[in-house]
Design a protein around this ligand. Structure first.
Ligand code: AQP
Ligand code: MN
Ligand code: MN
Length: 455
């Protein structure tokens, strides 16, 4: 991996066509490692004349805010100087001279500032529900697994396992473990495919560090926000959504709400942060853990415009898909609204589409309900299927997601969720979805029941 990365730096200096593997703008560990490892695989397997280069989608100076990434790179002796950051390569200029093709990993919707790069995208590899269609010429892999690096590991082990060295395997293994919260079902991230590929990496490289060592050290590094200014905390794990003339920032904040709200000059800091970057509103999603080590989540909405603040808050309060179970919490300023989020399984992957759809109807799959109340849209077909899976699978154990996978016990309902989804009755489902699921059950039953004795 290291030799490959040094070669990338050289390739960027030459005037060769470049195929850039680009992570998302939050550049968390999943994005960084999936860009490095997929580019490494493509460089070792593609016939193309292009040089395959991973690009971290943040300025070089911002890597220091991602403690877990800095920690893992140093543990694996990968020098920061061998990486290429967004401010060290001009993708738009390369695109203008026709020297750029792109693979997007761990995201598939480019921020508005990169819209013009869309027609350079030839491949997408992501682990969230698709919210954008790409032309048929673009190869799209979107699978709801816990880590994008599970999909990269699958690609390598199915495509050319012999290229996998210890360093690359250790990057993949550690990232999947962090993303899947040490493979703990109650965290609601891990899927059978994540478990399958972590086990395969461990079988191939038995001297990989233990899962608990990896998880504890990366989690500690990720949550160490000591010494960060408010602005740095907001930038540490930030995503943006924009449409027509509105732009909204969503930051993951690794701190308790109370401590966050007590930060000196908070409202003024949030206001100058939004002004400096042209954000009309900021949603901060805090996460900490109670004495039982269960996540406690709060949502903070900072927005000077009363109308926009109401639209955002209504969308969050009335969301069905999923319900966030919000309870208002006191704040020091009218521009700030805060909530305790009862549904602790709903991370940004779930909240961001609610906001995009409420502000711009941006989720092509979602149907607007007659009430038209923002944020009360039903789920898209895919999300309904996902709800159906979650509802039906625990009732019919043989219906595991991945047929050849061992049937795992159903993920226990998170004890922190106020109510069981079934309390509101089965999700509204189309007849064909139910029919489809029932026929799958019959097939599953016939394949698992003992063959009928010949009479
Ligand atoms: N149940 C949990 N136990 C321990 N740690 C947990 C638990 N749930 C999350 N974490 C830690 O918090 C980080 C952030 O997790 P998240 O808020 O669920 O979001 P995510 O980063 O996994 O995914 P997103 O929904 O934010 O998608 P992206 O926008 O990032 O792609 C976890 O990394 C974990 O350490
Ligand atoms: Mn990810
Ligand atoms: Mn995240």
């Amino acid at each position: 991996m290291e030799r490959f990365l040094l070669g990338c730096r050289a390739a960027v200096q030459e005037s060769r066509p470049l195929h850039v593997v680009l992570g998302n703008e939050a550049c968390d560990l999943d994005s960084m490692v999936s860009a490095l490892t997929l580019a490494f695989y493509l460089e070792n397997t593609s016939e193309s004349k292009a040089a395959f280069v991973p690009v971290l989608n943040i300025p070089h100076s911002e890597l220091a805010l991602r403690g877990e990434s800095v920690f893992l790179l140093s543990e694996l002796n990968i020098p920061e100087s061998s990486l290429i950051f967004r401010d060290e390569i001009d993708l738009h200029a390369l695109h203008q001279i026709g020297q750029l093709t792109l693979t997007l990993v761990d995201h598939h919707i480019l921020p508005s500032s990169d819209k013009s790069l869309e027609n350079a995208v030839t491949e997408v590899l992501d682990h969230r529900p698709l919210e954008k269609q790409y032309p048929h010429s673009c190869s799209v892999t979107a699978e709801l697994v816990g880590s994008c690096n599970t999909l990269v590991t699958e690609r390598i082990l199915q495509g050319k396992p012999e290229i996998l060295d210890w360093q690359t395997a250790a990057l993949l293994h550690a990232t999947i473990i962090l993303d899947c919260v040490n493979m703990a079902p109650e965290a609601g991230k891990v899927t059978p495919k994540d478990s399958k590929y972590v086990a395969q990496l461990e079988a191939l490289f038995p001297d990989l560090s233990s899962r608990s060592n990896i998880f504890e050290s990366l989690q500690k590094a990720k949550f160490d926000v000591s010494g960060l200014t408010t602005e740095q905390m907001l930038r540490k794990d930030l995503k943006t959504i924009s449409g027509d003339s509105t732009m909204l920032a969503i930051s993951a904040i690794y701190m308790d709400l109370e401590v966050f709200l007590q930060r000196s000059n908070l409202t003024a800091e949030l206001d100058s942060f939004c002004q400096a970057h042209g954000y009309d509103a900021l949603v901060a999603m805090t996460i900490t853990f109670n004495p039982h080590n269960e996540p406690v989540r709060h949502l903070v909405v900072f927005c000077p415009s009363v109308d926009l603040q109401n639209t955002i808050c209504e969308a969050l309060e009335y969301s069905h898909c999923p319900p966030l179970n919000l309870t208002p919490a006191p704040t020091p300023h009218p521009n700030l609204r805060a909530y305790l989020q009862g549904n602790t399984l709903a991370s940004r992957k779930k909240v961001l589409p609610i906001l995009r759809d409420a502000l711009w109807g941006g989720n092509p799959g979602a149907m607007r309900t007659p009430s038209g109340k923002p944020g009360s849209e039903d789920c898209s077909q895919e999300q309904m299927d996902d709800e159906l899976d979650k509802t039906i699978n625990p009732l019919i154990p043989e219906m595991s997601r991945d047929e050849e996978e061992p049937v795992l016990p159903p993920t226990p309902m998170n004890s922190l969720v106020d109510e069981c989804p079934l309390d509101r009755g089965l999700p509204k489902l189309s007849a064909e979805a139910i029919f489809e699921k029932c026929s799958q059950i019959t097939i599953a039953r016939s394949s698992t029941s003992p063959p009928q004795k010949k009479k």
